[in-house]
Design a protein around this ligand. Structure first.
Ligand SMILES: Nc1ncnc2c1ncn2[C@@H]1O[C@H](COP(=O)(O)OP(=O)(O)O)[C@@H](O)[C@H]1O
Ligand SMILES: [Mg+2]
Length: 156
């Protein structure tokens, strides 16, 4: 059995296999922790699968999770378990990855962010994230200036 982001946010039996993941010595202890589903979620992911290389490689499997207003969540897992893949789904950054296929649904305020009508810039003005690589390239910026930048982009 290998590690996957699904370990942390979905039922244990939904754990996916990934090639690069590490062996887990405590498979029997895998379980969803915290609150997976909430009332009045801002974002909801349901049964999200992500494949790379046109379906050749599955990165995450059957992830379902709600994200609430002002909620702080952490995803913890080994390198390659799918954390960034899941985050990229939330503002459609995976659109830029050739051969990436996403199944399932993700909504923001009950609207399907993968619908044809979805404005990508508008989505990313509300759903944004920095990777550690981006932060290295922005290392002259303070946290405050990054937040101000986000607010400016968001029009706040
Ligand atoms: N652009 C890509 N093409 C093919 N495979 C990828 C790509 N990006 C990530 N992967 C693979 O998907 C899996 C999950 O990666 P990633 O989401 O970056 O994990 P994490 O952020 O938890 O380290 C890994 O096996 C990784 O090699
Ligand atoms: Mg990552």
């Amino acid at each position: 059995m290998t590690e996957n982001i699904s370990n942390f946010v979905t039922q244990p039996q939904l754990v996916a296999q990934t090639e690069s993941s590490v062996h887990h010595r405590h498979d029997e202890s895998r379980e969803t922790v915290g609150v997976q589903f909430i009332e009045d979620a801002r974002m909801s992911a349901r049964n999200v699968d992500v494949f790379y290389n046109f379906g050749e490689k599955q990165a995450i499997k059957n992830v379902s999770l709600d994200i609430g207003e002002r909620e702080v969540l952490s995803m913890i897992g080994p390198s390659g378990c799918g954390k960034s893949t899941f985050l990229r789904c939330l503002n459609r950054m995976n659109d830029t990855v050739d051969g990436c296929v996403i199944n399932g649904s993700i909504t923001l305020d009950s609207e399907d962010i993968y619908s044809k009508e979805q404005e990508i810039v508008e989505l990313r003005s509300q759903v944004a994230w920095y990777s550690n690589a981006q932060i290295h390239s922005l290392n002259q910026c303070t946290t405050i200036s990054l937040m101000v930048l986000g607010c400016m982009v968001g029009g706040y």
